[in-house]
Design a protein around this ligand. Structure first.
Ligand code: NI
Length: 134
């Protein structure tokens, strides 16, 4: 991680977006539309509430969805933190020096205005998502 990163959202692996969202909506959160991200092969929605961090709900489309392994291992659970960065390529390069392993090359995220995202893993920090600012 870098001191220039800004917090964007907590990613939450869920079996069913509507079922999990119901608990939050009852507590005053707003659920966005549900996006189908064909690149991540996932269904994605956001929960927002003034004064709270943004929550992303990620559900599998089928057994090949990346979130399936998290759901099998940990059940419904928060599993990544996303940070916004000025320049994703530079950020990835810097994180590689800090022993983060990029899981794939940056790809556009349908649920986030097609801005580029990338996931990186470090065994001492866990899964981090980077989101390009523009
Ligand atoms: Ni995310």
């Amino acid at each position: 991680m870098l001191d220039t990163f800004t917090f964007h959202h907590i990613g939450y692996a869920v079996n069913d977006i509507v079922v999990t969202a119901e608990y939050y909506v009852k507590a005053g959160w707003q659920l966005s539309e549900v996006y189908h991200d064909n690149i991540q092969n996932s269904k994605i929605a956001f929960l927002t509430k003034s004064g709270f961090p943004l929550i992303e709900l990620v559900a599998a489309v089928d057994e090949s969805s990346p979130v399936v392994s998290t759901l099998k291992k940990s059940g419904v659970s928060p599993y990544h933190i996303c940070y916004e960065v000025e320049d994703i390529e530079t950020a990835i390069k810097d994180m590689k020096h800090q022993r983060y392993l990029p899981l794939f090359k940056p790809v556009p995220a349908v649920a986030l205005d097609n801005r580029l995202i990338c996931y990186l893993y470090n065994k001492n920090v866990g899964l981090i998502e980077l989101l390009n600012k523009r």
